[in-house]
Design a protein around this ligand. Sequence first.
Ligand SMILES: [Zn+2]
Length: 217
Amino acid sequence: MFLGHYGVGLAAKKVAPKTSLGTLWFAALFLDLIWPIFLLAGIERVEIDPGNTLVTPFDFVSYPFSHSLLAAFGWSFLLAGVYWLIRRDASGTAIIGLLVISHWVLDALVHRPDLPLYPGSSRMAGLGLWNSWRDTLLLEGVIFAWGVAVYRSATRPRDAVGKYAFRTLMFFLVLVYIGSLVGPPPPSSQYVAIMALGQWLMVLWAYWVDRHREAVH
Ligand SMILES: [Zn+2]
């Protein structure tokens, strides 16, 4: 799942208007933000395996600390707790916690059964929508379009940056996603990890955009 995580974070702005889109994305993407770090550290493993599912050439061999359900709950409580300590905003805190969990749920829709329930578990979750182009594109497209529409109606640009940097960011994400679908499989798992680290830049971009927009009351 790629665009869907961004879409859910965008839509969350409606119920957490005081929280920056950067923070909302940080929570919605968090499992994928730490995953490349665990990959590079050799703690988790992915292999390039074209045909593993129809849509993605990845074999997620092991990712218990970033992508097991139990770990997702742990990260959810941690991020929500930190947010609470900084902001003392109960509804924002709840949204942050839910966004972290939403990542695992969305991943469980598209992955084949490779998401462990807890580290060491042999019980795996995954409905495998990645085996259908139609279902994958529909799910990613609908959630993302919904998120963009909700964020656009919940905020308005303060200036040209709020308008054009936002549009550019949305187009860029769609382009990156299409590129990942039509491009050749990545050359190595290390390459995958480094590309995945690029998602941190999307979070920073979102902080910038969000500062140039204001909530509509
Ligand atoms: Zn993920």
